[in-house]
Write a protein that binds this ligand. Structure first.
Ligand SMILES: [Zn+2]
Length: 107
């Protein structure tokens, strides 16, 4: 097995799904790094490595496009683009404006 990416467990699961769609078998190995963050290694068979890398690159590009779409969003209150996604008690996640503190649903 070869590692094609090290990601947070959530992203790793999304990548594994994407690889599954491309009919590439993969598995993840979760480890905890020096600062206590969980890091998932996405592993594929040696013979699938090149194909998996291609698929992972495409997946990564799609994720970044998604991220950019999100970052085009502005604060409802002050129009700031400095928004962060934070966990929330009742909603799963909310977007919080770093400038004025307004919370907005993650649509
Ligand atoms: Zn704001």
């Amino acid at each position: 097995m070869k590692s094609i990416a090290q990601l947070d467990p959530q992203s790793a699961a999304a990548l594994v799904d994407c690889l599954k769609n491309a009919e590439i078998k993969s598995e993840t190995k979760v480890a905890t790094d020096d600062v206590g963050l969980e890091v998932a290694d996405v592993l594929v068979a040696d013979e699938d490595y090149d194909r998996a890398c291609d698929a992972a690159e495409k997946w990564d590009a799609a994720m970044q496009a998604e991220q950019e779409k999100k970052s085009a969003r502005k604060c409802d209150q002050c129009g700031s683009k400095k928004l962060e996604v934070i966990p929330h008690e009742t909603l799963e996640q909310v977007i919080r404006c770093k400038d004025c503190g307004t919370m907005m649903p993650l649509q």
